[in-house]
Write a protein that binds this ligand. Structure first.
Ligand code: SAM
Length: 259
C-alpha cells in the first residue's frame, strides 16, 4: 500500500507499537477509540487488551483491509469515514497514530468528549508545542489550549525509521489526561478567542496585542478597558505570561466588557 494522499505512514516497529499500548494502561473494561487505524497494526494489539476497539478510517481501500483482517474479531468495530465529521460513540480511552494534517482539529474535537486517557502520536514539533513551558519559543496558543483541557506529557520520541513508508519528520507520543482547567475561566469561548488573538501578536506587549485584535474580539470600548488592566501584565508579551495569568486577563476583560 502506497502512502501519501491520506497521511499514510504505518507504524511497523513492534517495539514502539507495544510501548504505545503499554502507555494506555488498558484494562478489560476499556472501550478504546482509534483514529486512522490504517492496516490495523495498533488496532490488533489494542483489541487484545481492551473490551472493545472502535477504529475510524477514512481511506476506503484501508477500510476493506480492516474488514478482511477483523470481521471475525468480536470486539473490533470499524467506522468508515472522516474522523473530523463522524459522531464518536462513548469511549474510555483514545489511542492513535494520528494523521498529522488534522492534529489540532482532531485533538480539540476529542477533548470536547469525556474520556479518561489519550495516547496520541503527533509530529514531534507539534508535540513539543503542546507541552512547552511559558517563556520558551514553543510556548503557544496550542500549549494554553492543551493545558486548559488536559494534562499533557511526552511519553517518547519516535524516529522516522519506525514507519513504513518513512515520513519526513520525527514523531512523538503524547499522554493526555483530561481534567477541569486548573485556573478559573469566566467564559470558555471568550478565553479561547483571547488566547488565539494575543498569540497571533506574540512579539507585542499584551497591551498592544489586545488593542490590535480588539476587533476580532468584538470589544468596542477597548482603550478604556485596557487602561483598567494591571500594568505589569500589559507590559509583558503573551508568551511570557502563564496560562493562569492569561486567563485572569481574559476574565477581567470579559467582566469589564459585559458591564
Ligand atoms: N494507525 C496506523 C498505523 O499506526 O500504522 C496508520 C496511521 S497513519 C499516520 C494515519 C491513518 O489515518 C491513515 O490510515 C489514513 O488513511 C487515516 N486518515 C487520514 N485522514 C483521516 C481522517 N480525516 N479520518 C480518519 N482517518 C484518516
Amino acid at each position: 500500500i502506497k502512502g501519501g494522499t491520506f497521511d499514510q505512514h504505518f507504524l511497523i516497529d513492534a517495539g514502539y507499537l507495544d510501548r504505545i499500548v503499554a502507555a494506555a494502561e488498558l484494562s478489560p473494561q476499556d472501550t478504546v477509540l482509534e483514529i486512522g487505524a490504517g492496516i490495523g497494526n495498533l488496532t490488533e494489539r489494542l483489541a487484545r487488551r481492551a473490551k472493545k476497539v472502535i477504529a475510524v478510517e477514512l481511506d476506503p481501500a484501508l477500510v476493506s483491509v480492516l474488514h478482511d483482517r477483523f470481521d471475525a474479531a468480536e470486539n473490533i468495530e470499524i467506522i468508515a469515514g472522516d474522523a473530523l465529521k463522524v459522531d464518536f460513540p462513548e469511549f474510555d480511552k483514545v489511542v492513535s497514530n494520528l494523521p498529522y494534517s488534522i492534529s489540532s482539529e482532531i485533538t480539540f474535537k476529542l477533548l470536547r468528549h469525556k474520556f479518561k486517557l489519550g495516547v496520541l502520536m503527533y509530529q514531534y514539533e507539534f508535540a513539543v508545542r503542546m507541552v512547552s513551558p511559558p517563556g520558551c519559543k514553543d510556548y503557544s496558543r496550542l500549549t494554553i489550549d492543551t493545558c486548559y483541557f488536559a494534562d499533557a506529557s511526552i511519553v517518547m520520541k519516535v524516529p522516522k525509521g519506525a514507519f513504513q513508508p518513512a515520513p519526513e519528520v520525527d514523531s512523538a507520543v503524547i499522554k493526555l489526561i483530561p481534567r477541569p482547567a486548573p485556573f478559573e475561566v469566566r467564559d470558555e469561548t471568550f478565553f479561547l478567542q483571547f488566547v488565539a488573538a494575543v498569540f497571533s501578536q506574540r512579539r507585542k506587549k499584551l497591551r498592544n496585542a489586545i488593542l490590535n485584535t480588539s476587533s476580532l474580539l468584538k470589544i468596542p470600548d477597548i482603550k478604556e478597558i485596557v487602561s483598567q488592566l494591571p500594568e505589569d501584565f500589559m507590559n509583558k508579551r503573551a508568551e511570557d505570561l502563564t496560562p493562569e495569568e492569561l486567563a485572569s486577563v481574559a476574565n477581567m476583560i470579559f467582566d469589564l466588557k459585559s458591564r
